[in-house]
Design a binder for this molecule. Structure first.
Ligand SMILES: Cc1ncc(COP(=O)(O)O)c(C=O)c1O
Length: 396
């Protein structure tokens, strides 16, 4: 079936965080302005319709008319195994799969289960803010192995720094984000092996958040770290249908842990979580019948990113932006304007009335950046960029 991702589906009045959550968003402090004209491109969900087989499966579930406690049938696990084998050549055993009602939830469980208050946890900033929150809210210490951008805005890992930090007595865990939000990197096998070897040598547990792993450019290959490194025991991987199939509201993350002892510890901290029948039917539908949609989506996202880069080069050449290897997130460097981050924020959020995320949320390394999720119909993205460009015309 052919999908029309240019179609604008009105999400207002659907309990959408992006389109109905103005009051909450202002309370959190993301913006001062939010009204009917705001274009919200901050949080990572898509304003694009989901695969038809998913809609059909959810309709079927609704038609049952009863939504009681549910179980995970064999088809649930088989669908996960099928997806990761066929797309990533990764063999996952049924018993290795643990359901979690969210990735951030699972991250907090992992921090509590495998580290103690005061322990150090490595993250690579600028990075998705809940990583920092999961560490600090649980009384652990952030150990920052800052990702370094070259003059082209391409990020790489400082391995010397990573090794020195992994060797510190207090360091017990490393939270890997791959593909990386917001830096956009899809790490190579060599990089993953090097990280894993340093962690193994120093008794550092790897928690790999790979939930953007299906959303990579068409010319890229994503390799799960479990696949890149054979027999790695000290590893926990988060996978999810949330980002890939635009179902964050269905809360479905699957944690993969091959080591039985780690699994026991994680499960003890987690407790039992039964799924919603919508979650079960959604996962089976997308992992068995969602591939065609995903390939079309990737093409659409790639083309939107190409449009963004062309537009920025022409209309805002001082902004540095590159097409990321993975995710639908673009990370824009505004430092060449020589304006303060507050001035840049004011022009985008208050004057252009486009709601993004200030780079400083991802760590102080992000202070001059703005993060945009381009996972909306292209007419919306074009309108947002045109509005932003108008506010910087005096700076060209
Ligand atoms: C890297 C990363 N991890 C986790 C999440 C949130 O996942 P969940 O909604 O399953 O908690 C996001 C959302 O943007 C993300 O980018």
């Amino acid at each position: 079936m052919k999908y029309n991702f240019d179609e604008i589906v009105n999400r207002r009045g659907t309990y959408s965080l992006k389109w109905d959550g103005g009051q909450l968003i202002k309370e959190i402090g993301l913006t001062e302005r939010y009204d009917d004209e705001t274009i919200p491109l901050f949080t990572a969900d898509m304003d694009l319709p989901v695969p038809q087989p998913l809609i059909d499966a959810l309709h079927k579930t609704v038609d049952h008319r009863i939504f009681g406690y549910s179980i995970f049938p064999d088809e649930y696990f088989a669908a996960i195994q099928h997806w990761f084998k066929s797309r990533h050549d990764w063999d996952i055993k049924k018993e290795e799969i643990i359901y979690s009602p969210g990735t951030v939830h699972a991250l907090n469980i992992a921090v509590k289960a495998f580290t103690n208050p005061g322990d150090g946890i490595i993250i690579q900033r600028p990075v998705y803010p809940p990583f920092t929150a999961a560490i600090e809210a649980n009384g652990r210490q952030v150990v920052n192995n800052q990702l370094r951008a070259n003059s082209e805005g391409y990020y790489h890992i400082d391995f010397e720094d990573f090794e020195a930090k992994a060797k510190e007595e207090k360091t017990k865990m490393f939270i890997l984000c791959n593909p990386h939000n917001p830096a956009g990197r899809v790490f190579t096998v060599e990089e993953l092996r090097k990280l894993a070897a340093i962690c193994a040598d120093n008794g550092v547990l790897i928690v790999a958040d790979e939930i953007h792993g299906d959303l990579i450019r068409r010319n890229q290959t994503f390799i799960p770290i479990a696949k890149a490194v054979n027999n790695v025991k000290q590893l926990i991987t988060f996978t999810a249908i949330n980002k890939t199939f635009n179902v964050a509201g269905l809360h479905c993350t699957n944690v993969i842990i091959s080591d039985p002892e780690l699994r026991k510890t994680f499960n003890r901290e987690m407790g039992m979580h039964l799924p919603s029948p919508f979650t079960v039917s959604a996962l089976i539908a997308v992992y068995t019948e969602g591939e065609d949609w995903l390939e079309q989506l990737k093409e659409y996202l790639d083309e939107t990113m190409e449009w963004v880069v062309r537009f920025v080069v022409e209309k805002m050449p001082k902004v540095k932006v590159r097409i990321p290897e993975g995710t639908y997130i673009m990370w824009m460097d505004f430092s060449n304007f020589g304006l303060s981050p507050e001035e840049v924020h004011d022009r985008i959020y208050n004057k252009a009335n486009v709601l993004l995320e200030d780079g400083k949320m991802f760590g102080e390394e992000g202070i001059d950046y703005q993060r945009i999720c381009i996972s909306s119909p292209r007419p919306i993205i074009k309108e947002a960029f045109e509005r932003i460009a108008r506010e910087f015309e005096d700076q060209i």
